[in-house]
Every structure is written in C-alpha cells, then in structure tokens.
Design a binder for this molecule. Structure first.
Ligand SMILES: Nc1ncnc2c1ncn2[C@@H]1O[C@H](COP(=O)(O)OP(=O)(O)OP(=O)(O)O)[C@@H](O)[C@H]1O
Ligand SMILES: NCC(=O)N[C@@H]1O[C@H](COP(=O)([O-])[O-])[C@@H](O)[C@H]1O
Ligand SMILES: [Mg+2]
Length: 387
C-alpha cells in the first residue's frame, strides 16, 4: 500500500496515548480529529479538530464520520460501538488494525475465545459469570486465588484478586459497578504467580513482515501499570516463544498497526494474557528508550511507511504520576526538581480533572542499567505533586 500524505485520521479515544499519536501524525503533516467522551481530553489539545460524543453510540459515531469523512479511523480505547466500525469499514474507510480486531478485543471474552479456543494458545484457566450465583460456582471450579474482571474494562477498572470464597461477593459488586459499556459479564481467571510480566510491542505491517520491539517489563498495582522498563530481563528462548504467540494472534486479527501483546512469564512458561490493538500504556517507556517510539511505529505501520530499523537506545524506564484526590483544577509542583537529573524527562497529559489513581503524567528515564533507570524514573515521578 502506497499512501499519499496528508491523511485525515480520526482518533476514537483521546487520552495520553492518543495525544502522543496525534503529535507523531502531525509531524508528518496529517490532519487529526480527536474524539472522546469529555471535552479537553489530552489528544484534543493538539488535534486539528475535536468532537465530544459517546463512542458507544452508533448514531454519534455516524454523525462525526459523516461530518469529517476520515480516511482512517484509529481506535484508542476499547469501549467503542465496534459493530458500527464494521459498517464504516464496509463503506471503504480503513479501521485500524481492522474493525473485526477492535470487536474481538473490545471484550475480554471474545479475544480469549480466539486465542485459547480457536488458536490453542496457553492462557490462565478461566470462566465467565453473569450473576453472583454463577460467579460463586465458577470460582469454586477455577479455585483460589483468582482474578475477577469485568469483560469490558481497562487499566484494571473493576478488577480484584479474590483469595477465598468470602471475597467473591465483593468482587462481583466491584466488577459490575466499574464495568464500561453495557455488559454485566465478568471473567474469572486463575491467579498466575509469574516471575515477570511483559508487553511485547508487535508491529504488523500491510506488506512487510511483522517486527518487534525489545520486550518491556512492567509492574502493576490494582490492575493498573505503575512502572515499565526496557529491556525486560527474560531469556532468548522465552522471547522467541512470545514472538511466536504474538504472530499467531495478530495474524488472526489482521490489518496493520502496533499491538501491545501481554504475557505472564513463569519459570517454565510463557502465558498469553491479553492484547491491545494499539499503543500500550506500558509502551510509553519507548518515548525515551527507542529511536522510533510506539506512536511513531503505529503511524508508520498504519500509513504503510517503512520501518528500516528499531533501535533500543539503552536501559530505560517509565513511572506513572497518579492523582491522589478528586479535583477540577489541576496544577503540578516539583517539575523543576524532577527534571534536574540527567536523562530524565516527563510528560504531563493535561487531563482537565483528577480522581484518586487517575494517571496524570509519566516520568521517563535512561540509566546505565534497568535498575538505575527504574530508580531514576520512580524518583522523578515521586517529586511531582498534583496541587
Ligand atoms: N490471571 C492473572 N494472574 C495474575 N495477575 C493477573 C491476572 N490477570 C491480571 N493480572 C494482573 O492485573 C494486571 C491487569 O490485568 P489486565 O491486563 O487483564 O487488565 P486491563 O484492565 O486490561 O489492563 P490494561 O488495560 O492496563 O492492559 C495484569 O497486568 C497483571 O498484573
Ligand atoms: N490501559 C489503557 C490505557 O492506558 N489507556 C489510555 O488511558 C486513557 C484513558 O484515561 P482516563 O481513564 O484517565 O480517562 C485512554 O484514552 C488511553 O490513552
Ligand atoms: Mg492489560
């Protein structure tokens, strides 16, 4: 595919990942329309145009697509009326990576079925429930500890680790209260006691073979990422195994773009967890670690532009800057202090309001080794306070 520039790109979802993507797209002169459910979202601040709609509404999606006639639709979150994307694709608009892929990954049950049932890939043992009674029954079958998550959610929203049957009801209520979209279904997964978990950024291209970034290690709390680092300390044979699985799943999904493929690495196994058909939050480390970051790679893959070489520039890390309370007026202190160390950078996303644990920024660092990079990133993040 050889594409003419500029292209008119419509981002569905305009958070921090969309913002960096919009910047990358505009550096090559493209026209970006940023869409999200609230005004002043990060990507809207750097886009050519923006719209506030419910992305779960087919009518709202139709209205913005009719208004702007984008060449390419680029989903940035899961919670989108993906059936409507299938219709847009049939009308000749490119959907990234494909409309079917966004439909598969919108709900945890669909991608699980594809990876485990259809492709035979090793995952954690799992089951589903649509009522508390079903959850009690399936939890006994899966055993404890297990992890309960709404089938539609991200960044750990509504997710809990359940240690024994006394905690099942609380997990049910928490999952249902925090489910995105209109689903009342939860997935229960066997708790995997992993040594490390990784994101393998996988770049699927229109006409050239799939390529990979060096694996990214990460640490999560409450199901949400706290820090990530690159390279992850895993053996070459496990990297090859993860690459083989990533190729299988992304080939089944088709299209082009970057995917964040998540794995649990145990002593003996590489276990597929889930994937994002778009840049990954833990991949923000590539804003400092690589010659081309994950957003530039996504753009090049989408536009069919060459990626001659991906270079890891050295051990690097990212650490998140989280809000601690609810607020509608955001200001940061400690920025100068955070930036005082060599090879440290930060991004403040410009989200218009905060609530506990909302990700408001990220600190990035390079170091002599992964440990030093992680320490520097965490130190920088800890110096920034939201006031
Ligand atoms: N079965 C499991 N065993 C052990 N830990 C788990 C399991 N499932 C999830 N976790 C932990 O919770 C984190 C978040 O889970 P998961 O990736 O499924 O949720 P998510 O809401 O889609 O997150 P994101 O959108 O940020 O990728 C995982 O990265 C891992 O640390
Ligand atoms: N794990 C998925 C992820 O990190 N997605 C990123 O977070 C934004 C939502 O943030 P918000 O909840 O603070 O609005 C999304 O728009 C995307 O950029
Ligand atoms: Mg995840």
């Amino acid at each position: 595919m050889s594409i003419k520039l500029p292209q008119k790109l419509m981002l569905l979802g305009s958070g921090e990942l969309g913002k960096e993507f919009a910047i990358a797209a505009q550096r090559l002169g493209n026209y970006v329309i940023a869409v999200d459910r609230y005004a002043n979202a990060p990507a809207m601040q750097v886009a050519d145009a923006y719209e506030v709609i419910s992305m779960l509404s087919a009518d709202d999606l139709e209205a913005v697509v009719t208004k702007y006639k984008p060449d390419i639709i680029i989903p940035e979150i899961e919670a989108i009326r993906t059936e409507k994307l299938i219709e847009f694709e049939q009308r000749g608009i490119t959907v990234i990576p494909t409309a079917a892929a966004t439909n598969y990954t919108m709900n945890r049950d669909r991608i699980r079925e594809l990876a485990h049932q259809k492709l035979g890939i090793r995952t954690a043992k799992y089951g589903y429930a649509t009522t508390l009674e079903e959850l009690i029954a399936i939890s006994d079958e899966i055993g404890f500890a297990n992890v309960v998550k709404p089938v539609m959610s991200s960044s750990g929203k509504g997710q809990s680790v359940v240690q024994d049957d006394s905690e099942v009801e609380r997990a049910w209520n928490y999952a249902i209260a925090n489910s995105r979209g209109d689903s009342q279904k939860v997935i229960v997964e066997e708790f995997i006691n992993f040594e490390i978990e990784i994101t393998l950024l996988t770049i699927k291209q229109w006409n050239t073979p799939t390529i990979f970034c060096s694996p990214i290690g990460h640490r999560q709390e409450r199901g949400d990422y706290q820090e990530s680092w690159q390279p992850a300390e895993i053996s070459e044979d496990k990297i090859l195994k993860a690459q083989e699985i990533a190729i299988k799943v992304t080939d089944a999904l088709g299209g082009a773009g970057i995917f964040g493929v998540e794995f649990f690495i145990t002593k003996d196994e590489v276990i597929f967890s889930e994937l994002s058909p778009r840049p990954h939050d833990t991949g923000m480390v590539t804003l400092i670690s690589q010659n081309l970051n994950e957003f530039e790679l996504h753009l090049r893959a989408i536009l069919g532009l060459p990626i001659p070489h991906i270079e890891l520039l050295g051990a690097s890390a990212s650490a998140v800057i989280l809000a601690s309370e609810k607020s509608d007026s955001i200001a940061f202190s400690g920025v100068a202090d955070a930036l005082s160390e060599k090879d440290v950078d930060i991004r403040l996303f410009g989200k218009p309001n905060a609530h506990p644990y909302r990700r408001m920024g990220v600190a990035l660092a390079k170091g002599a080794n992964v440990q030093e990079a992680r320490e520097k990133a965490t130190r920088a993040a800890s110096k920034i306070t939201i006031i």
